[in-house]
Design a protein. Structure first.
Lengths: 296, 513
């Protein structure tokens, strides 16, 4: 009996993967994201192996006499306003965007699903209180909320992370609550309850796993949004501080040179764009793949 | 609680600014004589306060300077002190100046300007923490009759007249202002060549000519100052003909303006020095060797040559060469080895960690990023913290910084203005001394320069001070900048002010370029 259940479960995810694989755009997105992950891991490995000397010598070391030099064989993306290699800076910056985007969304997924599940499961007053608070948060544009938090608590990596995480909580709370509402009246929940399972067990073991599909879709889109927010905050000088490379701050520093060296604005901008696009394509693909109604 | 309040405030402000968006786009009409009736000027920042005794930042004064007059003025071309509200004056003694006020002057609201207004204004400036340092040499202002005031000094003060010519010593109407001390902030009234017409915050300020101005009506009826924070945008606005004048173009854009036949570039050495203030109340900056090490680790010429593309000069004194009292004791040579050696002698052979604070002005942030990298070469690991101007000023005033990057304009063209504010022990914090230096020898020399009326004695004191400060190294002087403005080729009679308070009452703009 239990083996049969496992089998169907696995094939459900396998089904989704098979459908996703057929979606060419989503696969391109996935491929680009994987490439970024590999590059990011590679740069981390380089830093560990060279104990940061490569980073000091090539990523943040300035060479003012060569500033704004265009792309060449030696520096394929050219040099920035301080004469630093843009290619190296762009790939060294991946870790901040990807890592912070993922962590921020992971935090808000955890908090959001917890609140959403409780609200959806218990209903009535609990639901009302939690969701009205979420509504208040939703009424404030997320970027503005993040800005306000960073302005009040100061610029640091953690504050930026928290600011973005908090601003995404309501989205996840809503998503999870909606799925919980459809799941909680199903027979298998009733069966679990009849067998004497505790609320925590029912939520953790039966409800959440059945709400995962929309959550995954929302999270992959959320990471894209979070990366954009990080870049946006850094652009405004509230995110990652120099000389650490970060796409948003690279773009921001480059903007007054847009007429003197196109490459220093275009390249970080392109990286942000491609990353967001890839994540959105992947998210769209996942939505289609995980929707059981589109089985064929 | 305070933080929650900040969050709320930021949100409230942000939502307000959404409503405030969308600017005015008044096309400038031909006045009928082949000249435009409006001069459009792109400036980098909005007026913080139209109250001349409060809003002392250069972009604010560049606007309010047209609304207010001072007792005397300094001619930007000849550099002589010339009459303005006072039509003449006598130096009664070293500590007494008698001013004869021009008769028949009227404020923009119709009130007559009398000696009472002068006394009220100077007393008000002395009481204002923002500008007090410019007039606090005054002991008392005595009204002798309706059109005569006697200004008495605590002690002889050589640059007195030049200080009274600084726009923060503006004369304001007593009855109008004393009825509501805040009114000048948004509804300024003065005696200047232009009257205030309209202010749309963060967008533009419009002034209209005061046809009854004592020196004759201004050449152009309106001036519109548009706030364009992004320097590259100011140049673009100038190129497209949207504005007639663009203040402070980017270094990279200056060449572009020069090469454009439809545009003119005005450029001159400024009176501004940029410097890195080290907080002597904090270790390790209380150690002279550490401060010297920092100064020797900075390649100033490289910064000038690259970031500024040669438009500037590596600094040796805290005052620019055009300022009275400049001695020029030689730029601290760039010598990382010497720097490391000094650090080792000071007990920091492996360097140390600290932070550099700077306000969020891109040019300044870039210089600091370069300094950060240069200090890194000798083992000093700096964290660069970029903050909003208000925060930067209040936190450095409180002495929370390790090092801060500042700029200072010697508005009076007299060394005392800078040396007294930045180096005297009584001027710590808000007034400008953010190294918190408290050195009897420095104080002694500053005081000689301040109180002696003998030019050669003053120059000698400033020479000694310059040499002494080079060794003390509480400030690492970085560079002197150029002041510049771009103009359309159709702009006539524009005179660049080395401080940045460009006066536009004589400027005319031809209708076509």
């Amino acid at each position: 009996m239990s083996e049969a259940v496992k089998k169907t479960q696995r094939s459900l995810w396998m089904d989704a993967w098979r459908r996703l694989r057929k979606n060419r755009l989503a696969m391109i997105g996935l491929g680009f994201i994987l490439l970024l992950v590999v590059l990011a891991l590679f740069t981390v490995a380089v830093d560990i192996v060279t104990k940061g000397t490569f980073y000091d010598e090539h990523v943040i070391k300035q060479n003012l006499r060569l500033r704004l030099q265009g792309p060449s064989a030696e520096h394929i993306f050219g040099l920035d306003e301080f004469g630093r290699d843009i290619f190296l800076r762009v790939i060294w910056a991946i870790r901040y965007s990807l890592f912070m985007g993922t962590v921020a969304i992971a935090i808000s997924v955890v908090i959001g699903s917890f609140l959403g599940a409780i609200a959806g499961f218990y209903g009535k007053v609990t639901d009302n209180v939690i969701m009205r608070i979420m509504d208040i948060f939703l009424a404030i544009p997320s970027m503005l909320l993040a800005l306000a938090i960073v302005a009040a608590f100061g610029t640091s990596l953690t504050n930026v992370l928290m600011a973005i995480a908090i601003s995404y909580v309501p989205t996840f709370a809503r998503t999870v609550r909606a799925s919980v509402l459809t799941v909680k009246d199903q027979e298998y929940i009733e069966a679990a309850r009849a067998l004497g399972a505790s609320d925590a067990r029912i939520i953790g073991k039966y409800i959440i796993p059945n709400c995962l599909a929309p959550l995954i879709v929302q999270a992959s889109l959320g990471v894209a949004g979070a990366i954009l927010s990080i870049a946006g905050l850094s652009f405004l000088g509230l995110g990652i501080q120099p000389p650490t490379p970060e796409w948003g701050s690279m773009l921001s520093n480059a903007r007054s040179y847009i007429r003197d060296g196109w490459h220093i604005t275009v390249i970080p901008g392109l990286m942000i764009m491609l990353t967001i696009l890839s994540l959105n394509l992947l998210g769209d693909g996942l939505r289609d793949a995980l929707d059981p109604r589109l089985k064929n | 609680m305070k933080r929650a309040l900040t969050v709320m405030l930021v949100l409230a402000l942000a939502s307000l600014s959404l409503f405030a968006m969308g600017g005015s786009d008044k096309a400038s009409a031909d006045a009928g004589n082949g000249y435009k009736d409006t001069i459009s000027v792109a400036i980098g920042a909005d007026v913080t306060s139209f109250d001349p005794h409060v809003g002392k930042e250069t972009p604010a004064v560049a606007v309010t300077n047209h609304i207010y007059d001072t007792l005397v003025n300094v001619d930007p071309e000849t550099d002589e002190v010339v009459p303005q509200i006072a039509e003449s004056w006598e130096v009664v003694s070293d500590t007494e100046y008698r001013f004869h006020i021009r008769q028949g002057l009227k404020f923009h609201n119709g009130e007559d300007l009398t000696a009472d207004d002068v006394k009220y204004s100077l007393d008000r400036a002395i009481a204002s923490p923002a500008v007090s340092y410019i007039v606090d040499f005054i002991d008392e202002v005595v009204v002798e009759d309706d059109y005569t005031v006697l200004v008495t000094l605590d002690a002889p003060y050589a640059p007195a007249l030049r200080n009274l010519a600084v726009p923060f010593a503006a004369i304001v109407p007593k009855d109008y202002t004393s009825a509501n001390e805040d009114i000048l902030r948004t509804a300024p009234v003065g005696t200047g060549p232009y009257k205030f017409q309209e202010w749309s915050q963060n967008d533009h300020t419009t002034l209209v000519a005061n046809d009854e101005y004592y020196a004759g009506a201004p050449a152009t009826k309106y001036i519109e100052f548009r706030v364009v924070p992004e320097a590259a945008q100011r140049t673009i606005a100038l190129e497209t003909g949207e504005v007639d004048l663009a203040y402070d173009p980017l270094t990279a854009d200056k060449q572009r303006i020069e090469e454009n036949d439809e545009l003119k570039l005005y450029s001159a050495p400024s009176l501004t020095c940029y410097y890195l203030s080290m907080n002597m109340n904090k270790a390790p900056f209380d150690n002279k060797l550490v401060r010297q090490a920092i100064s020797h680790a900075i390649d100033r010429q490289l910064i000038v040559d690259t970031l500024y593309m040669g438009a500037g000069q590596a600094a040796d004194d805290l005052i620019a060469p055009a300022v009275f009292g400049y001695y020029g004791c030689g730029v601290d040579e760039y010598d990382p080895e010497l720097s490391k050696q000094l650090l080792a002698e000071a007990g920091y052979p492996n360097g140390f960690s600290c932070s550099i604070w700077v306000n969020n002005n891109q040019e300044r942030v870039e210089v600091c990023q370069v300094i950060q990298a240069m200090l890194g070469e000798v083992g000093i690991q700096c964290k660069l913290e970029v903050m909003e101007f208000g925060t930067f000023i209040s936190r450095t005033t409180a002495g929370e910084h390790d090092m801060g990057y500042f700029g200072w304009v010697t508005s009076t063209k007299d060394g005392d203005y800078t040396y007294y504010s930045l180096e005297h022990s009584t001027q710590q914090g808000a007034a400008g001394n953010r190294t918190f230096v408290n050195d009897p020898e420095v104080d002694r020399l500053v005081e000689i320069g301040r109180s002696s009326t003998d030019e050669s004695v003053r120059l000698e004191a400033y020479k000694e001070l310059s040499i002494y400060l080079k060794d003390l190294a509480n400030n690492a002087n970085i560079l002197y900048t150029e002041i510049s403005a771009g103009a359309g080729a159709n702009v006539e009679d524009f005179v660049l002010d080395p401080i940045g308070y460009h006066e536009l009452q004589t400027v005319k703009v031809k209708s076509s370029r």
